[in-house]
Design a protein around this ligand. Structure first.
Ligand code: DHB
Ligand code: FE
Length: 284
């Protein structure tokens, strides 16, 4: 069976992609953020995943406000990045894993999640920046990816409880996948930030640190909030925390925190990185 080795959680601010393009990782503004990835790189080198199941949100590149699935699963052989207008270099195609995608989709539908299936899917900064952070150097990431897009953009948003349950069902799908895939889940976005309106620039450090503390031991505590509670506490884009909650659900309960980093600000965002490993890694 496939092994679910761990989960990487990271902010996905477009400016991070700009800093990578300009080689600014050691610049004083960027260093406290990028340095948080040194233990992540060591862990990935040891864990040798070949597949990433990525919980993220699209920001208007693939889905716009006219058609907005609550949960969408990619089932393509390759995923193409495109210009979103942030001035970032367009990244090369990332390989998909259609067979695993369909297994995830079948498991989710079996669990009564009525997902949208996407055999074509453009992927935005929320997908490509975390891959660039995990595997720096500019090459193609050495993994196949199954993208799972959660609507964090257009209300009504899915509840944190539903996102946690979605992630748990995805975890079941991964663990029941025949073969020897070495899988890591990603949850991207957050933490607190708000890009528009009267509260533009809003950051809530106390709330963020509480979320980081709860994510490992008590994800159900995060899932007892409503999506609007998260908007209030973390900002209208801080609700990207839903992607983290879903990815955390996939990991199950037998996990260990490997590293975390929290740095304010990156652009308008409280930037956070967190990595957990599962017991499967010790046995793999
Ligand atoms: C920023 C953060 C995001 O999560 C995003 O999707 C776009 C921009 C920012 O802080 O600039
Ligand atoms: Fe975002």
């Amino acid at each position: 069976m496939a092994q679910l080795l761990g989960g990487l959680f990271t902010s996905h601010v477009p400016a991070i992609g700009g800093a990578i393009a300009k080689g600014l990782q050691q610049d004083p503004y960027w260093r406290p953020f990028f340095d948080g990835f040194a233990p992540v790189h060591r862990w990935l080198a040891a864990a040798r995943p070949d597949t990433v199941v990525m919980f993220y949100n699209d920001h208007g590149l693939n889905f716009f406000l006219d058609k907005m699935p609550t949960f969408a699963v990619g089932a393509a052989a390759a995923y193409r990045n495109a210009d979103e207008g942030w001035g970032l270099p367009v990244q090369g195609n990332v390989d998909g894993d259609p067979a695993l995608s369909w297994h995830v989709i079948e498991t989710l539908v079996d669990h009564e999640f009525d997902v949208t299936t996407c055999q074509e899917m453009l992927v935005d900064h929320a997908f490509v920046v975390p891959l660039q952070l995990a595997w720096p150097g500019g090459g193609k990431p050495p993994v196949k990816v199954v993208p799972i897009a959660i609507n964090t953009v257009q209300h009504p948003l899915p509840s944190p409880k539903r996102c946690l349950a979605l992630g748990r069902a995805v975890g079941e799908a991964i663990r029941s996948w025949p073969g020897n895939a070495r899988v890591v889940v990603f949850g991207t976005g957050g933490l607190s930030h708000q890009l528009e309106g009267e509260r533009a620039g809003f950051i809530n450090k106390a709330y963020d640190l509480g979320c980081l503390d709860a994510l490992g031991p008590d994800p159900d505590a995060l899932a007892r909030q409503s999506a609007l509670d998260i908007v209030e506490q973390a900002g209208s884009q801080g609700v990207e925390l839903l992607n983290w909650i879903a990815a955390r659900g996939a990991l199950g309960d037998d996990i260990r925190e490997v590293t975390r980093n929290y740095h304010i600000p990156i652009s308008n965002t409280a930037a956070a990185t967190m990595l957990f490993e599962t017991r499967a890694l010790a046995l793999a």
